[in-house]
Ligand binder design. Structure first.
Ligand SMILES: *Cc1c(COP(=O)(O)O)cnc(C)c1O
Length: 462
């Protein structure tokens, strides 16, 4: 198994190289050269297995023997032992045929833990094998930073530097990052906004001389290993509800499209899926593209579901590559136009996407209404991201007889502000986090100056 770029010009890479590389040199994203198949018998045999064992079997063909089976099993087991629920990602039945797939039982209470707990371990394994060290740099507006830190805190060969805008993230979000007191974890509070922080990270990737040859690694959602890890829970959930003998549908609160693209991979591997519904907040580029063929950027809107606030949906390129029959030139032309001006998909690829995907966009007022409505009908308090999914699942569902699985991407305690706005007294943090507000914090405040940040990274990496 090799990995190829969606823009057709970068060299093909091995699994190890693709995990360490991030974006392809032609500006594209890496995807597997062939999509492995899960046979009917292999899916049938997964019934009743642990999540870690299903994960091992689903991901094995992507890893391509580059990590031996025993080691990979151990990495997977360790990654999912950090989750507080024995099922790792339990299904919660809401009504006759609508289920929540709870992806928020990891260390930071959001679904990104599923991928980042494993990615940190895979990176550390490859670096140890190569006798190398690497530095991770990332900017966060609050949410992903903590999942990346938790994923790397035990890694011997990685140092992680996460920049957040000083005094502009919520206390819970800041503390989820700054109370991790590991020797390889560095939180930098930038005296500026999120865009300042992100610009400095981008500039550091563009010119890495300040690290004197040490590799800089990105753990954002364009890293193939993150997609790979997310394929697993689609398979596990469908098998729990009777696959391969029975179809299911999925509804996915979406932003950069990494999550729902992983579901599409599971479908292409052979999982019987009837429909994918893409839920968006007011930042609705995915919905506009599917519904109106309006593939264009709009200004960012700050919503009650902030982890879905995006202008461009980076992983959508991976789906376009499939819709355009893996024609890298066509994808490159389309995305280059999209960067400059409003674009549109060609007729055939759009028709192909509409066979499997529906979409629905949910504004802030509706998010609050849905949180109240879902509580009334099901007793559940939904987080604002999951609320977009709940509504989209009901509105865009093609067949009520097929079980609908809505992905619950965050724990409501993580986004208590929206829950309070909806009229509830708030949501307590789960027991293993209830002392978060008393724990010791560690972070460094730096001016929004590239050289100051790079000097800090260069001096503190181990
Ligand atoms: C990141 C995130 C999303 C969006 O996921 P994508 O893979 O970017 O589509 C949705 N909900 C929550 C809570 C998130 O953290």
């Amino acid at each position: 198994m090799r990995y190829i770029s969606t823009r057709g010009q970068a060299p093909a890479l091995s699994f190890e190289e693709v995990v360490l590389t991030g974006m392809a040199s032609d500006g594209g994203l890496y995807v597997p050269e062939e999509i492995p198949r899960l046979s009917h018998d292999e899916l049938t045999a997964m019934a009743g297995l642990s999540y870690a064992e299903i994960a091992f079997r689903v991901m094995k063909p992507f890893v391509n023997g580059e990590i031996d089976d025993d080691t990979f099993r151990r990495l997977v087991r360790d990654a999912y032992a950090t989750f507080s629920h024995d099922a790792v990602v339990p299904l919660n039945q809401l009504d006759a045929n609508h289920f929540l797939l709870e992806l928020f039982h990891g260390p930071t209470l959001a679904f990104k833990d599923v991928a980042l707990q494993l990615l940190g371990r895979i990176l550390d394994h490859f670096l140890a094998k190569r006798g190398e060290r690497a530095v991770i740099m990332g900017a966060t507006s609050g949410d992903t930073g903590s999942a990346a830190i938790e994923g790397c805190r035990h890694c011997d060969n990685l140092d992680i530097f996460i920049l957040h805008p000083h005094n502009r993230v919520s206390e819970v979000q800041r503390r989820q990052m700054t109370t991790v007191l590991a020797d390889n974890v560095f939180n930098i509070a930038i005296e500026g906004n999120f865009d300042d922080a992100q610009a400095m990270v981008k500039a550091s990737f563009a010119n890495q001389d300040f690290l004197n040859g040490t590799r800089l690694v990105a753990v954002n959602s364009i890293n193939w290993a993150r997609i790979m890890a997310q394929v697993v829970y689609y398979v596990a959930a469908a098998v729990a509800l009777g696959a391969p003998h029975r179809e299911v549908s999925f509804c996915v609160p979406s932003a950069n499209f990494g999550n729902v693209f992983a579901g599409y991979m599971a479908y292409r591997m052979g999982l019987p899926v009837k429909q994918f519904i893409i839920a968006t907040n007011a930042n609705d580029i995915l919905h506009r593209t599917l519904a109106d063929n309006d593939f264009s950027k709009r200004d960012l809107v700050a919503t009650l579901a902030p982890s879905m606030d995006i202008v461009v949906s980076s992983n959508f390129e991976r789906l376009l590559f499939e819709a355009y029959e893996r024609d890298g030139d066509a994808v490159r032309v389309l995305l280059e136009r999209f960067q400059q001006e409003p674009a549109a998909l060609a007729e055939a690829p759009l028709a192909k996407l509409r066979e499997m995907f529906a979409s629905h966009s949910v504004d802030d007022a509706t998010i609050l209404e849905v949180i109240r409505e879902a509580r009334h009908r099901t007793q559940e308090i939904l987080d604002p991201h999951t609320a977009t999914g709940y509504r989209a699942a009901e509105r865009a569902r093609a067949d009520a007889a097929v079980p609908m699985i809505t992905l619950a991407t965050a724990h409501p305690a993580k986004f208590a502000e929206a829950v309070v706005k909806a009229g509830f007294p708030g949501v307590p943090l789960p027991p293993h986090m209830d002392d978060l507000l008393e724990r010791e914090e560690r972070y460094t405040v730096l001016a929004a100056e590239l050289l100051a940040v790079q000097r800090f990274v260069a001096e503190n990496r181990r």
